[in-house]
Design a protein around this ligand. Sequence first.
Ligand SMILES: [Ca+2]
Length: 393
Amino acid sequence: MRLQAFALGLLGALALAAGPLAADDHRFGRHEALVVAHRGASGYLPEHTLAGYELAIDQGADFIEPDLVMTKDGHLVVRHDLNIAATTDVATHPEFAGRKKTMAVDGVAEEGWFVTDFTLAELRTLRIVQRYPDRSHVFDGRYRIPTFEEVLDLARRRSHEERRPIGVYPETKHPTMHRSLGLPLEPALARALRRVGWDRRQAPVFLQSFEPSSLQRLRQLTDNRLVQLVDASDVAPDGSIVFEPPFDRPYDWTVSSDPELRARRFDFLVSDDGLREVRSYADVISPWKRYVVSSKAVDRNGDGTVGDENCDGVVNDADRVLMPPTDLVERAHAHGLDVHLWTFRSEARFLVSDYAGNPVNEYLQFLRLGVDGFFSEFPDTAVTARELLRLEE
Ligand SMILES: [Ca+2]
């Protein structure tokens, strides 16, 4: 990778003569790993709000990360889920009581209110609330659902003000399902980027999806850098990755007419054959971090059982221990793919015991393994860890 980085550096120097960025510089001139603000600075402010994106930029994030869904009148808006029950005050709006329903999302029945049943004007009357009970609810009810156009305008304005590229890292959410509802995401996304001249490869943009067919569509529509996400359902007590539906494979494979695709799981994408295939349409592979460093459950407290090892009454990552890293980062780099990992959160319940409750230790481990970017909900901590790595080199 160092030789490759050197070669890319030379290419970059040559490209600088012709334009501001090297065609293959996925770090946009940065030496260090990119900090992608996952749903904004969502550890501090409710996810997917303009205020949360602004705070992430204030904290030094390189990219803000909007998840894209579509209204019934064809506008791209920013929400993690089609179901807005958990992140808005829709339940308190009597005028929308009749919209509550049960809908299958990627084959799984959910009850709630769904973005695709609302016009943009209707959605704009809602206010956003915090999803997690243990994060601040002080800001509930203050912010509206942003449109993707607003996010693009924010990134462009702040890039100008900060005199550094502030990029966008949008994800197509449930692209096959949107298509089946007559609301295809990819053409609207390409159109929105084209409107601001950000459909070019040199623009500070990564487009991400779990569904390979969505990325392959985008490859035809834009020159932007593309990111293949790799999910799983869980990690087993022995540290192996678990693939339970619906998180066993991308939904477009689940409903594919091709039996070979229907038989694959997400882990195909991190095999050498899979990485080669991903490289044919994408620039970055973005797996769940457990594909690079997993964790296992052990009897740390010696009480003869495996479970709540720190005796705080709950069983979570803090009770587990790290396993040795896999070779995925090296193999992805050998295939010409950058590696962006998710998701990094600072709360103790998300930190494996080896990190001693300090999220900086987790970032430093992955930085030393050579990852090229992080999805962080606490961009200030990610930026600090990146600075500490620079000091230790
Ligand atoms: Ca515990």
